[in-house]
Design a protein around this ligand. Structure first.
Ligand code: ZN
Length: 184
């Protein structure tokens, strides 16, 4: 199943997502999220972006893996994740996009190194450390579970410049190769 991706303007993207009850079967949802993400050519997708306010996101950085530089992150499912950023590392500022806010790139400072604990689809607990690009993707997706978006990191000036563009997205005037759902 492919879900339409929830567009900016829907209040669900601003909610703090709810913890998922342990042992809940999520295989089908996760598969649908992978399929949806792949079609939209994303590297990460959080459950609120398909209309489920729950603490789950998926990632697939396969196409961005640089020969072992930051460790390889293929397809992964993160359930009830807890993120710890290493605030001793200097933030790295790079432009990010978001499938819910198409064609809007924002320079976002992210920590270079993070630790994340989470459950997988079999409800096995994991604790991992990531650096570089996968760490950035994880921080972006984790933000979605907190109701935070990449545009929140924009400077005051940039926020002003983005106003019109965000209004047009909210109105459904976007041209993307994937289906979106707009808030009415
Ligand atoms: Zn996003």
């Amino acid at each position: 199943m492919i879900y339409p991706i929830i567009a900016y303007g829907d209040p669900i993207l601003r909610e703090k997502a709810a913890a998922i009850p342990k042992e809940k079967a999520l295989e089908e949802l996760a598969q649908a999220m992978f399929a949806t993400m792949e079609l939209a050519q994303g590297v990460g997708l959080a459950a609120p972006q398909i209309g489920h306010s729950m603490r789950l996101f998926v990632t697939d950085c396969t196409s961005y893996n640089q020969a072992g530089k930051h460790g390889k992150m293929g397809k992964q499912v993160f359930i009830n994740p807890v993120l710890q950023v290493d605030s001793t590392t200097t933030p790295d500022i790079r432009e990010e996009g978001c499938l819910s806010i198409p064609h809007v790139l924002v320079a976002v400072p992210r920590r270079e190194r993070i630790k994340i604990s989470y459950f997988d689809l079999q409800w096995q607990f994991h604790e991992e450390e990531w650096t570089g690009f996968p760490a950035r993707v994880i921080q972006h997706e984790y933000d979605h579970l907190e109701g935070k978006l990449h545009i929140d990191y924009a400077s005051f000036l940039k926020k002003g410049l983005l106003k019109k563009k965000l209004a047009t997205i909210r109105q459904g005037k976007v041209n993307v190769p994937y289906q979106m759902r707009f808030y009415t």
